[in-house]
Design a protein around this ligand. Structure first.
Ligand code: SAM
Length: 262
């Protein structure tokens, strides 16, 4: 295991020469390709691994996100799900909304999107559109969406501030941004257990299920390097979002961040 960095939460500005990839510092321009390799490697087993690793808890976390999105039931509602991968969040919002709810899934990785398209087809879903794109530079007009979500994605985006500015730009006035992301466990006892599970069990499970332990080592290391929720809230405010708040879930394993475009 690489040693954890001395400053685990160091926030690299978007114009820095370096950033982090797990516990390693890497050139900023190199990170996206490294992240893309991870998701290329695990795309076909990604959903199964989510269930195995979290004991199904990721479903409850995504349900909390969808409850907060609260799509309209009787008038059109448009969702943009950033780094939406295999479509999980989009499918859940479509199920919660009315007949005029539409979801656009953007992801930079065509392999993850292919799995998402196949899952949508298997469900007979036509209200979900899959678009290959970078969260840092979205191919959509200003004020296009009622809600913008990102679940377990922002940690992987090299230029976080740029992605938050883009989320704000494409939100309609009065629209809501919601971000689900791993956070810092704040329950004594649970933290040690969580560390043991993260560094010992998850990479071994990743090797057994996907053949790629390194991808899942990246996962657990990148969680440790993500800013604490207060610092992430500052980044959201700096991007123009208002009434910013966050709520820890499951003892802080995950946090649900919220902000509005006013
Ligand atoms: N949101 C999905 C979920 O919760 O199941 C997938 C999350 S997965 C951990 C992270 C996703 O972020 C991957 O599908 C990856 O391709 C995507 N991603 C990484 N960098 C991105 C970027 N710059 N723009 C858009 N998507 C990106």
């Amino acid at each position: 295991m690489n040693e954890p960095p001395e400053q685990p939460f160091e926030a690299f500005p978007d114009n820095a020469a370096t950033t982090h990839f797990g516990f390693r510092d890497v050139p900023l321009r190199a990170k996206q390709a490294m992240v893309d390799d991870v998701f290329h490697s695990v795309a076909n087993r990604y959903d199964l691994m989510n269930d195995l690793m979290s004991g199904g808890l990721h479903r409850a976390w995504k349900s909390a996100l969808v409850t907060a999105v609260n799509p309209f039931k009787s008038r059109p509602f448009s969702l943009l799900d950033l780094a939406g991968g295999t479509g999980d969040v989009a499918f859940r919002v479509l199920a919660a909304g009315g007949r005029a709810t539409r979801a656009t899934v953007v992801d930079i990785n065509p392999d993850m999107l292919d799995v998402g398209r196949a899952r949508a087809a298997a469900r007979g879903l036509t209200a979900a559109t899959f678009v290959e794109g970078n969260a840092e530079a979205l191919p959509f007009a200003d004020r296009s969406f009622d809600a913008v979500t990102i679940a377990f994605g922002i940690r992987n985006v090299p230029r976080i501030a740029a992605a938050l500015r883009e989320a704000h730009r494409v939100l309609a006035i009065g629209g809501r941004f919601l971000c689900l992301e791993f956070s810092a466990v704040d329950v004594p006892g649970l933290d040690a257990l969580y560390d043991f599970y993260s560094f010992n069990v998850i990479p071994a499970l990743g090797r057994a299920v996907t053949g790629d332990a390194e991808a899942y080592r990246y996962l657990v290391e990148s969680i440790r390097r993500f800013p604490p929720p207060e610092s992430f809230a500052e980044l959201m405010r700096a991007a123009g979002l208002a009434r910013v708040s966050f709520r820890p879930l499951t003892g802080g394993i995950v946090a649900l961040h919220s902000g509005w475009r006013l």
